[in-house]
Design a protein. Structure first.
Length: 104
């Protein structure tokens, strides 16, 4: 049977792990948002789509050819939802802090 102190130490270690993960995600999301809002990122996305379209006749517009782009876009969309939500939450928090204290 664990004592109360041991339980608290275990909870503190778990909280520390989640704090590290949360901070790492925040840094990753910030850097990703900066990189993905650039014109280069848009140009890269357009290039990927053009390459996909141009390879269509080569593979006779097969089901696999369509599946590749559908799967890639689904994965990218799923991940971007989290990045966008994180960015919006950070922006909203900054706005609320500035509204609460006009000296900032």
């Amino acid at each position: 049977m664990q004592t109360q102190t041991e339980k608290l130490r275990k909870q503190e270690k778990e909280r520390d792990f989640f704090c590290i993960v949360r901070d790492a995600f925040r840094v990753f999301a910030r850097h990703s948002a900066i990189a993905l809002e650039s014109a280069r990122a848009f140009a890269g996305a357009v290039l990927v789509i053009l390459v996909w379209i141009l390879t269509g006749p080569t593979v006779h517009f097969s089901d696999t050819w369509q599946l590749v782009i559908n799967a890639a876009l689904t994965i990218v969309t799923f991940l971007m939802v989290f990045l966008i939500q994180n960015t919006q939450n950070s922006d909203a928090k900054a706005v609320h802090l500035k509204l609460a204290d006009p000296r900032l």
